[in-house]
Design a protein. Structure first.
Length: 196
């Protein structure tokens, strides 16, 4: 893969699907570039369908030298940096792997409002402290994605509807993208609200 260009290997994709991580693995690929590029393009297409797009979906390119993971162009032609990260319970992943080796069923992480907010705050701090390469960027966006079973769009939207996160210095806006939800017939997302 070259910076911005992704070659598609159908056989490799079939093998990847067979070996996909079993716990919260909807967005998971062993090829980080494909994963990050795919998450950003899926989100961009959702914005476009809802007439909320502010970046050009055709301009998205993966950056080998991150952060940010991807760059795009906004509708005025300015460069936008997009950092992609997963919201997942790492301990639950590790326990699921141990259980799978013993032929046992997966574990499910339990998420309360407090530990969800704490985890998002941790990610916001980590990503805001990054030394970005490239730019300058007119906007710097954090795109979190999750496939946690107990973090569906409706419950998280309800949990976070009145919550304001501290505005991280580097990040202008942050979005949380969920795995496919048959009730909504799409990959729903929400924008995190920041203090001003």
């Amino acid at each position: 893969m070259k910076d911005g260009n992704i070659e598609i290997d159908v056989e490799a994709i079939k093998k990847e699907i067979a070996n996909q991580r079993k716990y919260a693995g909807s967005f998971e690929w062993s090829n980080r570039a494909v994963k990050e590029y795919g998450v950003v393009t899926d989100w961009c297409k959702l914005l476009e369908k809802e007439n909320k797009n502010f970046i050009s979906c055709g301009s998205i390119r993966w950056r080998e030298n991150d952060p940010p993971d991807c760059e795009a162009t906004d509708l005025e032609g300015n460069t936008v940096g997009i950092e992609v990260t997963e919201l997942v319970d790492q301990a639950a992943i590790e326990e699921s792997i141990r259980r799978a080796k013993r032929g046992q069923i997966n574990v499910l992480a339990e998420w309360s409002k407090d530990n969800l907010v704490d985890k998002i705050n941790q990610i916001l701090r980590e990503k805001s402290d990054a030394k970005i390469k490239g730019g300058p960027y007119s906007q710097y966006i954090l795109l979190l994605h999750t496939d946690e079973f107990s973090l569906d769009f409706d419950s998280v939207d309800n949990l976070l509807k009145d919550h304001l996160f501290n505005k991280p210095g580097l990040i202008d806006s942050a979005f949380l993208l969920f795995s496919y939800d048959p009730r909504h017939k799409r990959y729903p997302y929400l924008e995190l609200k920041f203090t001003t």
